[in-house]
Write a protein that binds this ligand. Structure first.
Ligand code: GLN
Length: 304
């Protein structure tokens, strides 16, 4: 079986490296637009602790929206179910940065994985502290989950988004207008942009995702009942308006980011991180999704 995982990852990597159609890198954050699309990496950590890597698994990439999973875990730890008064648990069927539902639904974002929802969970984690302290907690959480102190925020990426993130400023001000922001919009957004700019490799991300397998894999970061619920949200909302298609094709709870990374969980069995910067029309990694589809099929990994 272990040999099988490694050879499967090697085969998938070879196949993906040869692909000409790789999608388009995110260009609304200038710093992300510079990333070479011709990169691919995949890493798997099993519940028993075995690690497998292939491709550019030691190249750091911008985690972006994948960090929304970690921030949700921290927000739930701090505030418990009270957070659900500020953010919903339904798939959005809209783009990650859409503002339309916020207006229709009185400033309550659909779920914690669209931008508006993550701005709310970040706001909850910030809770009157200095952004530096909240960020130390978020980065500390990721480092503890991965058991790796060498995970950092890429300041240039954070600054680049801060300078161009008009859409997120609009979302934050809209939330504030509806009384759903506790801190000044620029402080919550500063924290949000920096958390999105956490940089890690697929090897580090697969390790950081172990706690979501449950089954006492890796450090226990949250209770098992919460792990289940987070996985439910990842399955239904983790890929925005592409969540249904992802569930159909891959059949695993997962969270994507515009940096081209995806963290996918096989409950009780494996944590998988994949990275390829080219995105599909929903802003999810094109080759990353295809690689997960192939891996899940080959390993017979599905929650269904
Ligand atoms: N920082 C990005 C943004 O707010 C995160 C979006 C994403 O990864 N989908 O636009």
């Amino acid at each position: 079986m272990p040999m099988d995982i490694q050879s499967t990852l090697d085969e998938i990597t070879e196949m993906m490296d040869a692909r000409a159609e790789r999608g388009h890198v995110a260009n609304y954050v200038p710093e992300l637009a510079q990333v070479d699309p011709n990169q691919f990496a995949i890493s798997v950590v099993t519940a028993a602790g075995a690690q497998f890597n292939a491709g550019a698994c030691n190249v750091g990439f911008s985690a972006q929206s994948i960090t929304k999973v970690f921030t949700l875990a921290i927000a739930l730890g701090r505030s418990g179910d009270q957070i659900w008064q500020r953010v919903g648990r339904e798939p959005s069927g809209n783009a990650f940065n859409s503002i339309v539902q916020l207006e229709q639904e009185n400033g309550i974002p659909r779920n914690p994985f669209v931008n508006a929802g993550a701005i709310v969970t970040t706001d909850e984690v910030l809770a009157g502290r200095a952004p530096k302290q909240a960020l130390a907690e978020i980065v500390g959480f990721v480092r503890a989950a991965a058991e790796d102190a060498d995970i950092h925020i890429n300041e240039a990426v954070a600054k680049s988004e801060q300078a161009h993130g008009h859409r997120n400023f609009a979302l934050a001000h809209f939330l504030a207008d509806h009384g759903n922001l506790r801190n000044a919009p620029e402080l919550t957004l500063g924290t949000y942009f920096h958390q999105c700019a956490i940089e890690l490799t697929t090897a580090q991300l697969a390790l950081a995702g172990r706690f979501l397998m449950g089954a006492d894999a890796g450090p226990r970061m949250v209770a098992q009942s919460r792990v289940r619920r987070m996985n439910a949200l990842m399955l239904t909302c983790g890929h925005y308006d592409g969540s249904g298609d992802f569930a159909y094709r891959v059949g695993l709870p997962a969270k994507s980011g515009v940096g081209g990374g995806i963290l996918a969980i096989v409950p009780g069995a494996a944590s998988i991180a994949v990275w390829s910067p080219g995105l599909d029309r929903n802003g999810n990694s094109k080759l990353g999704t295809e690689a997960l589809e192939r891996l899940a099929h080959h390993m017979d990994w599905s929650i269904f």
